[in-house]
Write a protein that binds this ligand. Structure first.
Ligand code: CP
Ligand code: NVA
Length: 298
């Protein structure tokens, strides 16, 4: 049985297959010849807020012929302490697949193990694999390919989004630069384990030079709200703005996984002048989620 629990565990050939499928699904939206989720009901079990991931999966499942059940962790017994392995063993007998957004990576791994149904990581503290697959797809669309390109992540370099970027760079042909203040850099052991062409620095000025993509994410990830004041102080300046974009390669993309906090990790000016890229990136979540679902059930 296939799962999508992390980019760390997803081979490059599967990434390529998902991106190719997404291209077809985007081109044929509204007139798909096959509905591989027909007669299936998938559950979305979310312990954290979501706009894009939730809507793209709910719409995507329906467009593939299936039905979706949104289950906020606050409303089910999981939120009152029922163990994930018991939740998984119950849901695995009723649902055809599960999409989970939570804190601990171990919880999605345990759900997949005990539930015995295809399981997708819709964001944990450790990874956000679906996001980076959609980002790679967007870069392909906008720049023709991600191969040989330089993607520079600016901000909290130790959270889920840059970590999934690290695993993408470990198996695909592009350079990843992470510009982050020292307390927000990924662990050196993680970089060593990943391999690949990855540069980590706190020198944002040099990191942006010649980059094909400047990428950012929130400074305060979900679950980190208690550290807000410290993070805003430490991460100040680790922002996509027009001065840094001028130092990037001609035609460089500004990307953001969203939600965005204007004036913090990205300026309003860059959000608006690069809105086509950023909202195409958001739209592509739908096409890529559908590709992930098709790849899982085929
Ligand atoms: N980028 C992303 O995952 O957005 P949501 O948190 O709105 O799902
Ligand atoms: N790093 C962010 C991603 C949001 C999509 C978070 O975990 O909140």
């Amino acid at each position: 049985m296939k799962h999508l629990l992390s980019l760390e565990a997803l081979p490059a050939a599967d990434i390529a297959e998902i991106l190719t499928l997404a291209k077809t699904l985007k081109a044929t939206r509204g007139r798909h010849a096959e509905h591989p989720l027909k007669n299936q009901c998938w559950g979305l079990i979310f312990s954290k807020s979501s706009t894009r991931t939730r809507v793209s999966f709910e719409v995507g499942i329906r467009e593939l012929g299936g039905d979706a059940l949104f289950l906020s962790a606050h409303d089910i017994q999981l939120g009152r302490g029922e163990p994930i392995k018991d939740t998984a063993r119950v849901m695995g007998r009723m649902l055809h697949g599960a999409i989970i957004r939570t804190f601990a990576q171990q919880d999605v791994e345990d759900f997949a193990h005990y539930g015995n149904i295809p399981t997708i990581n819709a964001l944990t503290d450790a990874e956000h694999p679906c996001q980076i697959l959609a980002d790679l797809f967007t870069i392909q669309e906008k720049l023709g390919t991600y191969q040989g390109k330089t993607v520079t992540f600016i901000g909290d370099g130790a959270c889920n989004v840059p970590i999934s970027w690290i695993w993408a760079a470990s198996k695909l042909d592009f350079q990843l630069r992470i510009a982050a203040p020292k307390p927000f850099q990924p662990a050196p052991e993680l970089i060593a384990r990943a391999g690949g062409d990855i540069v980590v620095t706190d020198d944002i000025e040099s990191a942006v030079v010649g980059s094909d993509v400047l990428y950012s994410d929130v400074w305060v990830s979900m679950g980190m709200e208690k550290e807000t004041e410290y993070r805003l102080a430490q991460l100040a300046g680790y922002q996509i703005n027009s001065a840094f974009l001028k130092k990037a390669a001609p035609g460089a993309l500004a990307m953001h996984c969203l939600p965005a906090y204007r004036g913090k990790e990205i300026t309003d000016e860059v959000m608006e002048s690069h809105a086509d890229t950023i909202f195409t990136q958001a739209e592509n979540r739908l096409h890529v989620q559908k590709a992930i679902l098709c790849w899982l059930v085929k």
